[in-house]
Ligand binder design. Structure first.
Ligand code: B12
Length: 304
């Protein structure tokens, strides 16, 4: 019989954390292993596919974009594709070894230990960009998933949000130049409380040498427009994580009409929230992953 591997072995072989393996399976059906009394069992071919997917993600492709691509397509993508973060990711591979201590400390509400473990992970990855891709986003996804599954409390989610916000904010402060070539404004619309993706995006922006205007979450459109006018921001990034309210189309239209023409309008979010359809025909450019954001940032002067 062909060899099969339990999930713990697959995680070690591929360097993909256990929670990520489960999330890729559940959310994107990237690889669906057989189930046995011992749990998930992966074939050799599935392990090889996971390695390809990991490389694709490290090269800057969103998992949502590549999860359904066949192995041959993935190989072609990796052979031909322009890789945004490939070499950096290869150098700065942060495995579960670094993230697990943070999650353990959060489980026991040990704030100081979580802070220390987070700092260790930060030092291990080396660059601000890797901090976003390999520490902050995976941690937030894991804790958020656990909260959604009822496996961790809102207090634990808030504790991680607080630690990561402090960390990212301090990096934004350190990296933002005094005279940036351009400034990018970040907000989420009314009823959108997922503020973390924007914080990560702001950090990437600062890491690219641009200025950051971080407005936080749940902002009415009129206030967003006012801020865009007064600040003269080169771009506005509105981040969406959950399916927006029906009136969201009106908000997008309002901002598109009233925001200065010199402000590029970017809408960042998961593909399943149908942002393309809502923003169709308006000035908004929809960004489905962070690689797309980095490309837009480069367009307004960022250097990565
Ligand atoms: C963390 C989290 C939370 C945290 C938010 C903490 C914070 N400060 O932000 C908490 C626990 C508070 C929370 C609350 C809720 N959540 Co929540 N949450 C998540 C979770 C686990 C991660 C979100 C996140 O930060 N992702 C980080 C992003 C950047 O990574 P990613 O998701 O892999 O994104 C990729 C692409 O989609 C894209 N992308 C996504 N966002 C953005 C943004 C930008 C700017 C760009 C460029 C790209 C981009 O880029 C990435 C690849 O490069 C997701 C599930 C998941 N795994 O994604 C649910 C999820 C977003 N939440 C969801 C829901 C429903 C809620 C609640 C409504 C639940 C409730 N009943 O109260 C509330 C929100 C209330 C509100 N009014 O807003 C749903 C949304 C479903 C939908 N389509 O509507 C999700 C998808 C979970 C699910 N599967 O059901 N949540």
């Amino acid at each position: 019989m062909a060899s099969t591997y339990p999930i713990s072995a697959v995680s070690k072989l591929t360097g993909i954390p256990l929670d990520t393996l489960r999330a890729w399976e559940r959310r994107y059906q990237a690889v669906t292993p057989k189930r046995s009394a011992r749990g998930r069992l992966y074939t050799e071919i599935q392990v090889q596919r996971l390695l390809l997917l990991r490389q694709a993600v490290e090269s800057g492709h969103g998992i949502g974009q590549v999860a359904r691509v066949r192995d041959k397509g993935l190989r072609e993508l990796l052979d031909n594709g322009t890789t945004l973060i490939q070499s950096e990711a290869a150098r700065n591979q942060v495995s579960e070894d670094f993230l697990a201590p943070v999650l353990r400390a959060i489980e026991f509400f040990d704030y100081a230990q979580a802070d220390r473990a987070l700092n260790q992970a930060t030092t291990a990855v080396g660059s601000p960009r890797s901090l976003v891709h390999h520490v902050a986003l995976p941690l937030m996804r894991t804790i958020g998933e656990r909260w959604h599954q009822g496996k961790c409390s809102i207090a634990q989610e808030h504790m991680l949000t607080s630690l990561l916000s402090a960390l990212l904010t301090s990096f934004i402060r350190t990296y933002t130049p005094s005279n940036p070539r351009a400034r990018v404004m970040f907000a989420t619309p009314v009823d959108e409380r997922h503020g973390f993706p924007n914080l990560a995006a702001a950090m990437l922006t600062a890491a690219g040498g641009l200025g950051v205007i971080h407005l936080g979450t749940e902002l009415p459109s009129a206030d967003i427009v006012l801020a865009a006018r007064k600040s003269g921001a080169s771009a506005l990034l509105l981040s969406i994580s959950k399916t927006p309210e029906k009136t969201f189309g009106d908000d997008l239209l309002y901002i598109a009409r009233k925001a200065p023409k010199s402000t590029a309008l970017w809408l960042g979010g998961a593909p399943e929230v149908l942002l393309d359809r809502i923003a169709y025909g308006l000035r908004w450019r929809v960004l489905h992953d962070f690689a797309a954001l980095e490309r837009e940032l480069t367009g307004v002067g960022a250097r990565f």
